[in-house]
Design a protein around this ligand. Sequence first.
Ligand SMILES: Nc1nc2c(ncn2[C@@H]2O[C@H](COP(=O)(O)OP(=O)(O)OP(=O)(O)O)[C@@H](O)[C@H]2O)c(=O)[nH]1
Length: 296
Amino acid sequence: MEIIKTGMFTIAGRPNVGKSTLINALVGEKIAIVSDKPQTTRTRILGVVNRGDTQFVFADTPGFHKPRSRLGDYMMKVVRESVADVDAVILAVEPTDRVGTPEELLLERIRESGLPAVLAINKIDTVKKTDLLKVIEAYRKAYSFAAVVPISARTGDGLEELLEELRSFTADGPQLFPDGMTSDQPEKQIVAEIVREKLLLCLDREVPHGTAVEVTRFSERETGIIDLEVTIYCEKASHKGIIIGKNGAMLRTVGTMAREEIEKFMGTKVFLETWVKVKENWRDSQAQIRNFGYEA
Ligand SMILES: Nc1nc2c(ncn2[C@@H]2O[C@H](COP(=O)(O)OP(=O)(O)OP(=O)(O)O)[C@@H](O)[C@H]2O)c(=O)[nH]1
């Protein structure tokens, strides 16, 4: 069907509320990495969903938090900018009946922007219906939302209802992204993010949060096989040892898990070579941050 309507939406919410899971579930493909550790998402990621005559474009944003380093400053900037230029804001919240400080701050910003806000109460697979009513009531009292939709990004519950609510904020306009394009993320970046996700999964919190991943080689053979070389940068020599692990065991595990997922994503066989390098304090250096694709 020809696309004649488009809408841009931002998904705001505290760290770990499930923004990346939601954007992946809406798009139907993994474009953002997910982990149980907060502050996983570093850059703005766009996800594209076509339904009938409408194209929905979603922007995932880094979790709302207090900056502690330059990378933190940059993430806050992305959050601030992401509420501009959109048709409506989706505020994703945990299914708890107390409006927390991060939510109050986000609502403050949404109010200032004058944009309509749709409340998406996520993770409803973890609460009873009666408790959900209390959550709805607490949020209805706190803000006048254009709509309130209980969802589970994990099971897919409520997602079509969410799209239906968002349809009223779309406007007549040309298709923004071509058919088949589900994200503005270049493949290289998605590959790097998959590796970072596996680091987050396999290592204790402190180590992966100080890492950046760069795809240093990406070439395709005539047979379709893809050769990848990925360099993992960490902040300390001691972290390098942890990432590599005893006899390289940790790096092998991370590499295997990443490769399997990259193969699924690319739809072809992949050879993955991984390197670990120390780059001290990269998080505090503007130039380095830009170098890793987090445009400041
Ligand atoms: N039970 C349940 N868990 C969920 C749901 N959605 C997300 N999660 C889990 O919540 C955790 C955080 O999910 P993410 O999607 O990474 O959260 P985020 O808001 O993008 O996090 P940041 O990148 O830190 O801002 C993961 O462990 C998810 O599996 C849901 O609907 N139900």
